[in-house]
Design a binder for this molecule. Structure first.
Ligand SMILES: Nc1ncnc2c1ncn2[C@@H]1O[C@H](COP(=O)(O)OP(=O)(O)OP(=O)(O)O)[C@@H](O)[C@H]1O
Length: 281
């Protein structure tokens, strides 16, 4: 594996406030799934937005972000726009804010595709329907012809996933993509994401406060605290034997029955069985 994304000593500050990021170092290898965890305000979203080149103009950025060998810090908006989609894309928590409510979803996915491939309308429609099918829709044409408000939260998030993956980016940034969804829908969206990332061989930086979800989807984990990365390692290592006291606290408070990546999440029956085997207290 080689470094796809290499963030070195990244500092981001807004106005006169203390810096939101204070020397972030982070590496994502080609095809790797890295979970990014940490408390609210620790800088996870700012890190992802910096990679996407989507920070507001008021942000002061220092340090280096190399993606596929190219330096992104200081890149002009036009060049960055080209890399978005081709090399990197992002799935946000609330798809309603990322989708245009006035445009049919199929057209939105097609625009994302055509922007980068210059495809004609017929080819774009074909690619859109194939991608909508890949994210689990059995009725891709109906979904393509719907407006976002006609879809459920989980369906919208799968449309966003289709949009993020239609140009086969090498890196997909996911910022709490399932937090707003209820648990069963969350499981479907995560399964779909897992499948399409695998099919595309795309790497993923997955931001979440949900350690169970991270351990399900990611092989590796980085932990952020106060604008820096305080710990990083394999998911198993970080969750089983956290090196940093803050991580240990996170793991303890999540009351996580740790799941080895690739295995299933514990079920209610598991808990009942375990309680029984422990016997009466
Ligand atoms: N546009 C902005 N202007 C000023 N401050 C900002 C801006 N965006 C983020 N910040 C600040 O940067 C810090 C890091 O925020 P960030 O959203 O990255 O945290 P986070 O770890 O993603 O938290 P959460 O889990 O709540 O999303 C916070 O103190 C936040 O208030």
């Amino acid at each position: 594996m080689s470094a796809l994304l290499e963030i070195t000593d990244l500092t981001v500050a807004f106005g006169r406030r203390p810096p939101a990021l204070r020397g972030v170092d982070l590496v994502v290898e080609d095809g790797q799934r890295l979970g990014l965890i940490g408390e609210s305000g620790s800088g996870k979203t700012v890190t992802a937005l910096a990679v996407m080149g989507l920070l507001p103009d008021t942000a002061r950025v220092r340090g280096s972000i190399r993606l596929g060998g190219r330096e992104l810090v200081g890149l002009r908006d036009k060049e960055m726009a080209r890399l978005r989609g081709d090399l990197v894309s992002m799935i946000f928590q609330e798809p309603m804010t990322a989708l245009d409510p006035t445009m049919r979803t199929g057209r939105q996915v097609a625009e994302a595709f055509r922007l980068h491939r210059g495809a004609d309308a017929g080819r774009a429609r074909e690619a859109v329907l194939a991608m909508l099918t890949a994210v689990g829709f059995t009725d891709a044409a109906r979904i393509a012809d719907s407006y976002p408000y006609q879809l459920s939260g989980g369906q919208r998030q799968r449309v966003m996933t289709a949009m993020a993956l239609i140009n086969s980016p090498r890196l997909v940034l996911c910022d709490e993509p399932t937090t707003a969804l209820d648990v069963t829908v969350q499981a479907t969206v995560l399964r779909v994401l897992d499948e399409v990332l695998d099919a595309e061989g795309a790497a993923c930086l997955f931001i979440s406060h949900d350690l169970a979800v991270v351990s399900q989807l990611c092989s590796d984990v980085a932990v952020m605290l106060d604008g820096t990365v305080v710990e990083r390692g394999s998911a198993q290592q970080v969750f089983d034997a956290p090196a940093h006291a803050y991580t240990a606290g996170l793991v303890a408070t999540s009351r996580l029955d740790l799941v080895v990546p690739g295995s299933r999440l514990p079920t209610v029956a598991d808990h009942v069985g375990r309680a029984r085997s422990r016997g009466p207290r």
